[in-house]
Structures are given as C-alpha cells and as structure tokens.
Write a new protein. Structure first.
Ligand SMILES: Cc1ncc(COP(=O)(O)O)c(C=O)c1O
Length: 465
C-alpha cells in the first residue's frame, strides 16, 4: 500500500466526509517520516513513470515512452500460445518455480545471446523480472551508501531512481557518437583513485543507447574491457536493443569480448517480444550470480512461471527471428520518419543523434531552452517527450530531450514532432525578442535535404559556437 492509498483515519484532515482514500496529509507524512529508512531519502520517482500517467491519455501523442509495438505479434497467436500453456502445463505454469528460472527458458536465452555472438551456459544465467530487476539486484549486491557507480552521461533514465535508492554516488562520463569517451573514463578513474575511491561497477548501454541512441565503437569496447581487466573493475552491460539493428553490421557485446570475467550482462525479452511479460536475465561470473540469486530470493522468490512457459512455447512454435525481422522493418521506417520530421520542424541550432537501431533519438536544443519547462508547454499541445535532466543525476541535460519513435505510428510521429517544433519555435522567437537577435527559421527540408540530413551523423554534444 502506498501512502496515497492509505485509508484516512477519521478526523485526520479537512477532506470531504466519506472519502475513504485520499492523498496523504502533512500529518500523515510526519507520522510516517520518523519511520522511513534513511535510504528512502534517495528514492525519487522516475520521470518516465510520472509521465506515463499523463501520456496514457488518448489525446496525447507520447514520444516519451520506450514502448515496443507489439502489433507484429498478432493477438490470435498470443491467444493460441497462452491456451496451449493453460491446457498442457497449467499445474506447473501456475506454480512457484526455481529462483534462477526454468531450464527450458534458459535454453531460449542461450539462443538469443548466441545471435549476438555470445557463448553462455545455462548455469551462468539467472532469469529475472525484467532487465530492470538486474539493475536493482546488482545495486543491492554491490552498493553501500556513497559507493561510486560510473555511468554514461546521459544514462538510462530508469536506472536513475535505482541508483538513487541505493544512495550511490554516480559519476557520469560524457559520450560522443562513438559512445562513452574512454579517455575521459580513464581520467575519472585516475581522479577517483587519488581520492582513494574505486567504482563498484561501470554501467553502460553500449548498443543503441537509451537515451542517446549512439553505439560504442569497437575499439572503445576493446579499450573498456581491457581497462576493466587491468583495474579489476566490474562492468554492467545493459543490452535490450542489440538485436534491433536497422543498418550496418553488429558489434560484439562487451560480454563476448571479455568472456564473462568482469562483465555482468543484462538481457530482456521486453523489446524483442513483450515488456508485459516482465522477463529478463543476467549472465554473470558465478560468485556474482550466487549473490544476485540470494538478492532475488528476498525480492520475489521467482519470476512469473506462467510468463516463462509462454516464452518457451513461443520459441518452440514460432520463429522469433521472423518477428524480430518485422520489428526491425517497422522501427527503421519510424526512425526515418522521425528524422525527417525533425529536419523539417526543429530550428537550425538544434541537433540530434541518428541511431542505427534501438528506439530513441536524443535531441539537443539551444542552451536557453529548458526542456523541463518546455514539456509543460508541449503537454498543452498534447505531445510528450522525456526532458534530458531525467538522464542525469547532477542536473545536466537541461536543454536536451529523449524522443521515442517505436511506440506511435508514422502519422502521429510527424504530428508529434511538428507540435514540438511549434513550441520550440515559440521559445526561439521569445528569446529573439528579449535579446534583440534575429530568429532562425525552422528548417523546411526538401526531400533531398531530408535525405542528406538522414545520412549525416549529428554529434551528441553541441558544437562550440
Ligand atoms: C537500457 C534499459 N535497461 C533496462 C530496461 C528495463 O527493461 P525491462 O525491465 O522491461 O526488461 C530498459 C527499458 O526500457 C532499458 O531501456
């Protein structure tokens, strides 16, 4: 039960009589405040979770989520597979299962990881309740208050509240279009060493990063894995998007380069099948895996056995690579639509990344535009995005935004970006009026210009001047 759901004690505040449930009063909060553990001070709501309540409204075009389009997996198919599970395996599917997951599911995971060139045994795996649980379990296992985590800047907004809840000191390393800057990482590690501090782990989404959409170059992957081995540092490699590639050839995951020595790998069925299943996994060195397993026992005993049976059936009776192929085609089209719409609707000073896969584009607006404020205006125009600050723990990212292109169709993508373009133009005009500078017009791209824009890789950081 959350505070908001707590039944109100009589006479506890001036709400209308008969209200069984209402928001906590100051008195309620004071009463509980003395009881809350200190770690709750670090617990902050995720910007994306907050936005989800608003963006669920049908009139809002949401470019804020990270929602896959599950329409490529037809309802009749789901119904048939679920009926099969209910009919053939209900006794087991409705029962508790092993904490580390069902062996048959692990066989499917081995297949998925092999697709990206990773060789792993069933015993190296722990099935989890989504990839998100891996981040939580890794923090639970390694982080005491004040411990250092090194992450990319920007980082996955969903990891921000997890790091906060464990009171980690998160140091974020800048990226460019080749991913995390390893030279800056080395400098940071040196500095931390001088302060007598060693990071507990380096958290990275090397492929089609959420939120930046960039991919770590091969040479940087090698450098990172070498660095981790030299310094005996753990890496948490978060890889939900590696198989959602729209062009080019795939790069080896860090786990494949390192051979499972220092890399804890996170995978998930959320983006290649369905997030509603809440099934992910981790592959990790055995001593780490054992601790993660203990952490999971305390958290939820096991992940949904029904869901696991469903995935096993799906892998046995459908061609998961075929569904993946359809997803790739669909998302490639949507990515291209969004890139074109951005070129048509954002002012010249704006920049954005051009992801080769995944679900997100990271756009950076002129410095004087604060995207947290802009979101309030955008919502009035019935469009939503994730403000850049959600991807930082230190207040940076104020003029950036994360845009998702997988969750809505092409018409809504065009309309959504046009609405964002409108509120951005208003801000640009306002700034020009206040400063007496000439407003730059939104770029009206011809098809040829749009194609050229699509072919251009835009740096993650704004160029000087
Ligand atoms: C980078 C990254 N890690 C982890 C997750 C969590 O995914 P899930 O818990 O649905 O597997 C997400 C979801 O969007 C993500 O983008």
């Amino acid at each position: 039960m959350t505070i908001d759901e707590t039944p109100r004690a009589s006479g506890s505040g001036g709400e209308s009589p008969g209200m069984g449930r209402s928001r906590a009063t100051v008195r309620d909060l004071e009463r509980y405040a003395q009881l809350f553990a200190r770690r709750t001070e670090g617990m902050k709501s995720s910007a994306m979770r907050d936005l989800m309540a608003i963006t669920a409204r049908p009139e809002i075009i949401s470019l804020a989520g990270g929602l896959p389009d599950t329409s490529t997996f037809p309802a009749e198919d789901i119904a048939e597979l679920m009926a099969r599970v209910a009919r053939d395996a209900s006794a087991r599917a409705l029962q508790y299962g092993p904490t580390d997951g069902m062996v048959a599911l692990k066989t499917c995971i081995v297949e998925v990881m092999a697709e990206e060139g990773m060789s792993v045994g069933e015993d190296d795996l722990l099935v989890t309740t989504g990839g998100q649980q891996v981040i939580d379990l890794v923090c639970k296992t390694f982080i005491d208050p004040g411990d250092v985590i090194v992450a990319e800047g920007p980082t996955y907004p969903g990891a921000v509240p997890t790091f906060g809840a464990y009171q980690a000191d998160v140091v974020q390393i800048e990226m460019d279009t080749d991913g995390m800057r390893i030279d800056l990482l080395e400098q940071t590690l040196e500095r931390l060493e001088c302060e007598g501090r060693t990071p507990k782990f380096i958290y990275t989404v090397p492929t089609f990063q959420n939120p930046a959409g960039v991919t770590m170059a091969l040479e940087r992957r090698r450098q990172l894995v070498r660095l981790a081995a030299q310094r005996e540092l753990l890496i948490l490699e978060d890889n939900p998007y590696g198989l959602l590639r729209y062009e080019g050839s795939s790069l080896p995951p860090l786990y494949a380069l390192d051979g499972g020595e220092y890399v804890i790998y996170l995978g998930t069925f959320s983006k290649i099948l369905s997030p509603g299943l809440r099934l992910g996994w981790t592959a990790a060195p055995r001593p780490v895996l054992e601790k993660l397993n203990l952490g999971k026992q305390g958290a939820d005993l096991c992940s949904s056995t029904f869901g696991q049976h469903f995935v096993i059936e799906y892998f046995a009776r459908r061609d998961w690579r075929d569904v993946l192929g359809k997803l790739r085609k669909l998302y490639r089209r949507r990515r291209d639509t969004m890139l074109e719409a951005l070129a048509e609707n954002l002012p010249r000073e704006a920049e954005w990344t051009r992801p080769g896969g995944g679900l997100f584009i990271w756009a950076t607006l002129p410095d004087y535009i604060d995207t947290t404020d802009l979101l309030a205006r955008a919502l009035r125009e019935h469009v939503a995005f994730v403000p850049g600050r959600a991807a930082y723990l230190d207040g940076r990212g104020g003029s950036a935004m994360r845009l998702n292109f997988s969750g809505v169709d092409e018409d809504d993508l065009r309309e959504g970006v046009a609405r964002i373009g409108k509120v951005v133009s208003e801000q640009v005009r306002l700034y020009s009026t206040l400063t007496g500078t000439e407003p730059t017009r939104a770029r009206r791209a011809t098809p040829a210009e749009s194609a050229a824009a699509s072919a251009r890789i835009v740096p993650l950081r704004r160029r000087a001047g």
